[in-house]
Design a protein around this ligand. Structure first.
Ligand code: UT7
Length: 320
């Protein structure tokens, strides 16, 4: 029996506290105008101490299960993409498993920086296609505010906190669902975007460091390749894509990809203006928002792509 991974439901969690560009401009030498013009970011959500990775991931997971109409005990696997787990171990995913009251299945974290959700979708697809899991909860959750250097204006204005989750389930191989995922990494570029220590729930000993200009350059070329690869593998053309749900790092990168695909702006899901860059959470947050408000509909072809520290990058094509 062969399967395809079909989408059942999505959910999100955003912290209570919204921080505007103007508020940041009172702490570091920046301005609302610079941040908006160079990145498209207008505000971000920042977690309070009690809003840990596990707490936010579990909240997004509950919302996804509820929208899917699936009970937590039907879930066979919980995959949590994060670079900001609460602890080195146990995996934050098992904390989520406990918070959901699951009595079976298995759970683990997956680390691929901003590409984490695409990586998690790919592993999910392998588990489902092989018959090892029937129903999988795929979560991206991040508290990047805990690993930012709040004195460094070049990075602290760029990121936000949040969580997004989707429920995937085995369906017929000739039905809708995940058509493909493509993953890449390039360890030789690992020092372009990294954390120089450990970041967890409490006092971080490391901070995010980024060569923004170089990352931008790699993002434009590598994401173009990942998108072309996804469509070619499925015998599809740019015109077949209904929605682009990109990683939300910079509006200029997102707009460039929309133009390459020939998509009108209203077919590109954008949250970076309100969420900033939430790393592994950015795609499920954007996707869940566009599912929730009825923009993305059954039958639509959705293209996802992301690039992040590693460098890691990849793409996913999903037929709703
Ligand atoms: O999610 C992982 C993937 N990450 C990305 O895809 C991020 C990719 N990179 C970017 O999005 C952009 O490179 C940034 C938004 C990070 C930076 O934009 P940029 O247009 O590449 O600016 P830049 O780094 O070249 O800096 C331009 C100027 C510099 O001043 P000088 O040297 O020209 O005098 C910076 O010091 O802007 C200055 N600058 C700032 N000014 C005001 C840097 N950060 C700020 C700031 N406010 N926050």
């Amino acid at each position: 029996m062969s399967f395809r991974s079909t989408f059942l439901g999505a959910g999100t969690y955003l912290p209570q506290r919204v921080v505007s560009n103007d508020e940041l401009a009172r702490r570091v030498d920046t301005s609302d105008a610079w941040i908006r013009e160079r990145t498209g970011i207008g505000q971000r959500y920042l977690a309070a101490p009690h809003e840990t990775c596990a707490v936010m991931a579990a909240a997004a997971a509950r919302a996804a299960l509820s929208s899917a109409g699936v009970d937590a005990n039907e879930v066979d696997a919980v995959l949590l993409a994060t670079s900001t787990p609460d602890q080195a171990f146990p995996a934050t995913a098992v904390r989520v498993q406990a918070a959901l009251g699951m009595t079976g299945g298995f759970a683990f974290d997956l680390s691929a920086a901003c590409s984490g959700f695409i990586y998690a979708l790919s592993v999910t697809d392998a588990l489902i296609r092989s018959g090892q899991a029937r129903t999988v909860l795929v979560i991206g959750a991040e508290v990047f505010s805990r690993l930012l250097d709040w004195q460094d204006r070049a990075t602290c204005v760029l990121f936000g906190d949040g969580a997004g989750a989707v429920v995937m389930r085995a369906g017929p191989a000739d039905g809708p669902g995940l058509l493909s995922t493509h993953l890449h990494s390039e360890g030789s570029t690992g020092d372009l975007l990294y954390v120089d220590g450990w970041a967890g729930r409490d006092e971080a000993t490391g901070h995010l460091r980024m060569n923004g200009r170089e990352i931008f350059r790699h993002a434009v070329s590598k994401l173009a390749g990942a998108v072309d690869e996804a469509l070619a593998a499925n015998g599809l053309a740019y015109a077949d894509v209904d929605w682009l749900v990109p990683h939300q790092a910079n509006k200029r990168i997102i707009d460039g990809m929309g133009r390459k695909l020939g998509l009108p702006p209203e077919r590109v899901v954008v949250t970076v203006d309100r969420h900033a860059n939430t790393s592994a959470a950015s795609i499920p947050l954007a996707f869940a928002e566009a599912i929730g408000d009825g923009r993305i509909r059954p039958g639509d072809l959705v293209l996802m792509e992301a690039l992040g520290g590693g460098l890691t990058w990849g793409s996913a094509l999903l037929r709703l």
